[in-house]
Structures are given as C-alpha cells and as structure tokens.
Design a protein around this ligand. Structure first.
Ligand SMILES: C[S@@+](CC[C@H](N)C(=O)[O-])C[C@H]1O[C@@H](n2cnc3c(N)ncnc32)[C@H](O)[C@@H]1O
Length: 290
C-alpha cells in the first residue's frame, strides 16, 4: 500500500512539476497567498449552499451565549472571506482574524452583504498568538476549515480558551482524516502533499478530534459525519471519493447544560459507517466553565 501511495504521489509530482518548481524557487507562497482568497470566494458559494443545513444546525444556538446586554461578541478565527457571516444572529459583534491580509477585500464584501452584524475589526495574525484579543473578551469563538491548516492545534486551542469568557463556547467544523484502511484514507494520503501545497497549508490527514479532546474544555460535543457534498472525484475504473470526508460540529446545546457544566469528558470518537445517519457518533461539547 505504501508503495502504491508513493508511486501515485510521484505521478502527481511529475504532472505538477511547474508548481513544485515554483515552490522550490520560493515563488509559490506569494502566489498562493493571492490565489487562495480568489479560489475560496468562489468555492464558498457552492460549499455554503451544500452545507447550509449543517451550518444552521451548528450556529443555531449562538445567541444563547450572548452576555447580559444581549449582545454576542464573537471571534472568527481564520475567517477567510467571511463565509459564516450569514449564519450569525442579528446584532452579533464580529471580530475577524486571519494571517492572510489578502482576505480583507472579500471580508469587506461579506460585511456589506450582512448588515445584520456589527463588524468590529480585522486582525491580521495567527490563532497560535492572539495577543491582540483580550483575555475572556469573547462569548464565542468560531473556527471552520482552519485546524487543518494551522501549525499548532494545541496552541490555538489554548488561545481560544484564553480569549473566551467563562461559560463561552467554541464552535468548529473541520475536515479530518478518514478511517484508516479505507479507500478514502488511501486517497487522502496520495493527495496530501500536493493538497498541502496548492491549498495554502491545508492537510487532508489531520486527526483534529484528538487535540479537541485534550484541550481541556469543560464540555465537548463532537460529531463525525459524512459531509453532504455532491462533488465527488471519480477515480477511473474504481470508485469515487468525497474530498471533505468528515466534519466535527458542536451541536445545539441541550437544555440541561444551560445550568451546569459537568467535569471534563473525553471520549474517543468511534468512526462511523457509510450511511450519514450511522456516522453521528458522539457525544461531548466545547464550553469553558461559567
Ligand atoms: C480553508 S480556509 C477557511 C476559511 C473560512 N473559515 C471558511 O470556512 O470558509 C482556511 C483559513 O485559515 C486561515 N489560517 C491558516 N493558518 C491559520 C492560523 N495559524 N491561524 C488562523 N488562521 C489560519 C487561512 O488563511 C484561511 O483563511
């Protein structure tokens, strides 16, 4: 299997030789930082359409975390083009952070299209170092399709806990490694090096649930599911793969959690089968203690 992965990776290297050459010459990173926002602004339209029900489910209870004034202060980490803005509740105060300044022009457009929000500011920086955001200043932090690209998930989650107020919530939706010994995992491994280069550091094979389980949230609710995306990459003669294989979400908060947050729960996610309904496995939630 390892040999087959190596050979297929070699074929991709050869086919994409100009790209690897640009990278070797140190030119690709600058191009990628400009290209990626353009790509994402187009990709987001389709992605948001197909993931709309999941995003509505994910963000449906955001307003419950608003402070005493009724206003929700939210930090969107790795905000990209502002793809999640339309799912936020009215009057939500949004602070955006992203290391790539080229996203700002797309953010401005999203802000103009989402007048129900109060846009606070755009911070250029990485989630591993959010010193520009004060301790305990946020009711909610949102992170979608970001943990796949970061240097240190552990450090980011430490920073998320720092900026969240006691009782605040962290919302995430990430694509992760498929179950090992599946064809999906095989293709993830084949594509990963090139994917990483083309999509600005994104990795297909990260097991992000492990860092989330160890981050020390007082409650973690995490699900594995097959993303309801229709675009399938057909590999001639054999099978198709869904590139976005599994997604973690925080579920709407059950009523009993409104009063109390139990001691930390860390469960290992068992991985689901092929039917989406059997892939909703688990169980815990991401909140800081009130
Ligand atoms: C695939 S895009 C997702 C954008 C947006 N969250 C969405 O769901 O459409 C990944 C984003 O994470 C950002 N990013 C990469 N590394 C990061 C880091 N260390 N800290 C914060 N954001 C990061 C990228 O610049 C990019 O905007």
């Amino acid at each position: 299997m390892a040999f087959a992965i190596f050979v297929l990776q070699l074929v991709i290297y050869i086919l994409l030789f100009p790209l690897y050459l640009l990278n070797f010459l140190g030119l690709w990173n600058r191009i990628c930082k400009k290209w990626f926002p353009v790509f994402l602004s187009k990709f987001t339209v389709t992605y948001n359409q197909q993931m709309a029900s999941k995003k509505r489910e994910l963000f449906g209870n955001l307003q419950e975390f608003a402070g005493p004034s009724g206003t929700l202060s939210l930090l969107e980490l790795g905000c990209g083009t502002g793809a999640n803005f339309k799912f936020y509740p009215p009057e939500c105060r949004v602070t955006c952070m992203d290391p790539n300044p080229n996203f700002e022009k797309y953010l401005v457009k999203s802000i103009a299209e989402n007048r129900h929000l109060h846009y606070e500011r755009f911070v250029v920086g990485v989630g591993e170092d959010m010193r520009q955001v004060a301790d305990g200043s946020m009711d909610a932090v949102v992170c979608t399709l970001v943990l796949c690209s970061v240097k240190s998930q552990e450090q980011i989650l430490r920073e998320v806990r720092r900026v969240l107020r006691p009782g605040g919530a962290f919302y995430f939706m990430e694509h992760v490694a498929a179950e090992q010994s599946t064809w999906n995992y095989f293709w993830q491994q084949v594509l990963d090096p090139t994917w990483h280069l083309v999509f600005d550091g994104c990795s297909l094979t990260r097991e992000s649930w492990k860092a989330l389980e160890q981050a020390g949230f007082s409650k973690l609710r995490l699900q594995h599911l097959q993303a309801p995306l229709s675009w399938v990459l057909e590999i001639p003669g054999s099978f198709g793969i869904h590139i976005l294989l599994q997604t973690h979400t925080v579920l709407p908060r059950p009523q009993h959690l409104a009063q109390n947050l139990a001691p930390p729960q860390h469960s290992s996610p068992s991985r689901g089968g092929t039917c989406p309904s059997t892939q909703w496995n688990l169980s815990t939630q991401a909140f800081t203690r009130p």
